[in-house]
Write a protein that binds this ligand. Structure first.
Ligand SMILES: *[C@@H]1O[C@H](CO)[C@@H](O)[C@H](O)[C@H]1NC(C)=O
Ligand SMILES: *[C@@H]1O[C@H](CO)[C@@H](O)[C@H](O)[C@H]1NC(C)=O
Ligand SMILES: *[C@@H]1O[C@H](CO)[C@@H](O)[C@H](O)[C@H]1NC(C)=O
Ligand SMILES: *[C@@H]1O[C@H](CO)[C@@H](O)[C@H](O)[C@H]1NC(C)=O
Length: 350
């Protein structure tokens, strides 16, 4: 009955081919954005927006504080791993790495930055346009390293992750007077969308084709925003969540427009909003115990230098907490968000 084996063999070969070809589909992860995806670029610049000291990184491999704003890995790391690439995406400015490492993954992100130049000015971090300048240097080095044809292919097939916007609202628009005096919040959102659009158009001009545009989290539920929501106990600041939802709608529309306007591009929205809100509202269904305050220090205010090793209140098991510091998720939360993005949006690139 040899013929009975043929379909199986055929299916097996198809399956192996699929594995081989799908493994080659995304050869590199290239990242732009803020602290949600900064793996240590800020360690190399003069800013207070840092986290390269304990207890940051205490659950990272080797317990190293790398400059990631978490106790362990961040979403870009988990996404890289999900694509069969390395388990971490290194920072472009980190001298421990070279083009050999960056050829499969690199992040240009800078904690504290945003779409708006005025946002990166607040804490003197790397503005988005400068992240793009670094990317252009990277392209040159990659061309020298891989040769032009192979470098072009890598840059075309790579997955580009963009993750920022929270700081434009919380660090800038709602904290400082300038942008509020110039724009209503709806106008400000449109201003940011315009920057996102021209950024992606520039990336496209430089050869990028596969792009994930990251949505905003329910930013009114960050422990810091709950703490400062004085008149409502420790409830989420609903007005910030409403802004996040409307900004995400505008980002979604932007993906539709870009997919129409730029031939051969594929832009998807990777939306962390609902999955993170679920974790916050029903922490126990994800195995968490605490969502309203963070693990580090009192969990109400501290991040960066205020989240320091000497604080006696820091929790012992971060995996019970949704948030690591008052503004950033724990590694476990990051993993759930990344898995969700892969399942709902990024699978299209696998
Ligand atoms: C890129 O190339 C420049 C010039 O050759 C070199 O100075 C720099 O160290 C390279 N960067 C990386 C990450 O290899
Ligand atoms: C941000 O600053 C850069 C460098 O100065 C400039 O080229 C760019 O136009 C600015 N972006 C906006 C939206 O103003
Ligand atoms: C690589 O890309 C550049 C810029 O798009 C193009 O000018 C060049 O011809 C390409 N080279 C190869 C070998 O594909
Ligand atoms: C998105 O686009 C649709 C169709 O063009 C439009 O009706 C809607 O108002 C847009 N939404 C936002 C948030 O811009």
């Amino acid at each position: 009955m040899a013929y009975m084996h043929v379909p199986w063999l055929f299916i097996l070969i198809q399956f192996l081919l699929l594995l081989v070809t799908s493994g080659a589909k995304v050869p590199a992860i290239i990242v732009f954005g803020d602290s949600s995806v900064d793996a240590g670029n800020n360690n190399q610049i003069s800013t207070v927006a840092r986290s390269n000291f304990e207890p940051y990184g205490r659950d990272f491999s080797g317990g190293q504080p790398t400059g990631r704003f978490s106790n362990g890995r961040i979403p870009s790391d988990f996404i890289s791993q999900a694509f069969g690439l390395k388990p971490t995406v290194p920072a472009y400015l980190d001298p421990k790495y070279s083009i050999k490492d960056f050829a499969v993954g690199v992040t240009f992100a800078s904690a504290g930055t945003g779409y708006d130049n005025a946002t990166s000015d607040v804490l003197s971090v790397i503005p988005l346009w400068k992240e793009l300048e670094y990317y252009k240097d990277y392209q040159k080095n990659l061309t020298t390293y891989l040769g032009e044809a192979k470098a072009n292919e890598t840059l075309r097939e790579a997955l580009y992750l963009l993750s920022m916007g929270t700081n434009d609202f919380l660090e800038n628009y709602y904290t400082l007077p300038d942008r509020r005096s110039q724009f209503t919040v709806d106008e400000y959102q449109n201003f940011l969308i315009g920057i996102a659009k021209s950024f992606i158009t520039s990336l496209y001009g430089l050869g990028a084709r596969k792009i994930s545009l990251g949505g905003l989290p329910p930013m009114g539920c960050m422990p810091l925003e709950r703490t400062t929501n004085l008149f409502n106990g420790d409830a989420c600041t609903e007005s910030y969540n409403i802004v996040a939802l409307s900004f995400n709608d505008k980002l979604k529309n932007l993906t539709v427009d870009l997919n129409k306007e730029l031939a051969g591009i594929k832009v998807v929205l990777s939306n962390p909003y609902y999955v993170l809100l679920q974790m916050i509202q029903k922490p126990s269904s994800y195995g968490f115990e605490v969502a309203s305050v963070a693990c580090c220090a009192t969990g109400m205010f501290e991040m960066g230098y205020a989240c320091d090793q000497m604080n006696p209140f820091t929790c012992t098991d971060a995996s019970k907490y949704v948030f690591w510091d008052s503004f950033h998720p724990t590694e476990k939360t990051n993993q759930i968000i990344a898995d969700h993005m892969v399942k709902t949006a990024l699978y299209r690139f696998m």
